[in-house]
Design a protein. Structure first.
Length: 147
């Protein structure tokens, strides 16, 4: 049975933070003109995860900005890792060994998705994004020919 894909919400990421970390994130002083980095981090992580999903020809992408339910936890772990790297001055929010293990596990899961070793839910509604077809150059394999 297909399940609706979900957006990775700020609450999914914040749920992986301890009380002091969450307080540090919410009360951090941003520089003038600097915006909250969490929405950008979420967008980047979701885009990366969708790229892994699209890599396996048997997968179908759901609506833009969404992920299958089985990957929300992995994406949240990746977002926490990225957020900790962007805000290293926050007391208590750091890239520790436990966070590294969570991040590595998330990346490993996404690699399994890309290789077809881990099946994700088909979305109840397909996205409108075009997936690269077999034989299409992508990633680091593309060769550029300049005149």
């Amino acid at each position: 049975m297909a399940e609706a894909w979900k957006t990775l919400a700020a609450g999914d990421v914040k749920a992986r933070l301890s009380g002091p970390e969450l307080t540090a994130l919410q009360t951090s002083q941003l520089a003038a003109g600097q915006s909250d980095p969490l929405p950008e981090v979420i967008s980047q992580v979701v885009g990366e995860a969708r790229g892994y999903i699209a890599a396996w020809s048997g997968n179908v992408l759901g609506p833009a900005g969404t992920l299958p339910p089985q990957l929300i936890g992995a994406a949240a772990a990746m977002a926490v890792w990225e957020l900790a790297g962007r805000l290293p001055t926050l007391r208590g929010l750091s890239r520790n060994e436990s966070r590294k293990a969570d991040y590595d596990g998330a990346k490993s899961l996404l690699k399994d998705v890309a290789a077809g070793k881990f099946t994700v839910e088909k979305p109840t509604e397909e996205g409108s994004e075009e997936l690269p077809s077999a034989g299409t150059a992508s990633g680091s394999d593309a060769k550029l020919n300049f005149p």
